[in-house]
Design a protein around this ligand. Structure first.
Ligand SMILES: C[S@@+](CC[C@H](N)C(=O)[O-])C[C@H]1O[C@@H](n2cnc3c(N)ncnc32)[C@H](O)[C@@H]1O
Length: 239
């Protein structure tokens, strides 16, 4: 393989696929899908639908199962690093075996909390890598709530629930990758703009003071996760 497109496809709404992404998608002979397991079949279905709608050329899809991963390890950075190394090894072998132009479709934007570009770098792929930006979950959240991400002249931190639990200095923050409603430990007066399954049929939105809407969000989140088997949510906090 000589060229690899890493294409951001937006946060879930198929209409968020950009024209630049569509043009790239049409140049790809082999789509590589890094498998995430059955519980996220719906996410794989979104990718399949995007290809069905936008790819007009002959192409093949190769699914590469993820190596197994310990989700709550003692040594988090070390475990993730080893997992990435193992994944990179599998990817490198696949790149060697593929002819023509390859492509990886990435949720949201490849530059935000996504390991694809790191895996590609670690695979030591010697061909050209072309990155196509996508609409992030952060943009989708703000758009659906109709809000500006930052207050006038202020900073915004983009972080994870893991980091939030370690402590928060009150800087406006977007929190991603929350497995368990980390905002419930915050003071009641903190403002939250929360969204799940943004751009997808089951989209949910809540906003207000944590003290007023926190329990409602948790109940809605628990119900949806139990019903669907997975959830992706994101929120903006202002102290
Ligand atoms: C591995 S990160 C990928 C982020 C992605 N690269 C982006 O640009 O948005 C996954 C996290 O993004 C957020 N996320 C992605 N898509 C989302 C969606 N449709 N609705 C709500 N949150 C989403 C959630 O916080 C989820 O835990």
């Amino acid at each position: 393989m000589q060229r690899l497109y890493v294409v951001g496809i937006g946060a879930g709404d198929p209409d968020q696929v950009t024209i630049q992404a569509v043009k790239a998608i049409n140049k790809i002979d082999t789509f590589i899908v890094i498998g995430k397991g059955v519980e996220k079949q719906e996410l794989l279905d979104v990718r399949t639908a995007i290809l069905g709608e936008h790819a007009h050329q002959q192409f093949q899809v190769i699914e590469l199962p993820d190596p197994p991963r310990d989700r709550r390890p003692g040594d988090y950075p070390g475990t993730v690093d080893r997992w990435h190394a193992e994944r990179a090894e599998r990817v490198a072998k696949l790149f060697d075996d593929i002819d023509g132009v390859g492509g990886i479709l990435v949720w949201g934007d490849p530059a935000l909390y996504d390991s694809t570009l790191r895996v590609v770098e670690r695979s030591r792929f010697s061909g050209e890598v072309v990155v196509i930006p996508g609409v992030t979950a952060v943009s989708a959240l703000c758009a659906r709530h109709g809000i500006v991400l930052n207050r006038i002249g202020e900073s915004v931190l983009i972080t994870t629930a893991r980091k939030l639990r370690e402590g928060w200095d009150g800087t406006d923050a977007v929190v991603m990758l929350d497995a368990d409603c980390a905002f419930l430990d915050l003071p009641d007066d903190v403002q939250i703009w929360w969204g799940a399954y943004l751009g997808m049929p089951d989209e949910m939105l809540f906003s207000g003071r944590v003290g007023d809407v926190g329990a409602q969000i948790k109940a809605a989140r628990d119900e949806a996760r139990a019903r669907k088997g997975w959830i992706m949510d994101i929120y903006l906090l202002r102290g």
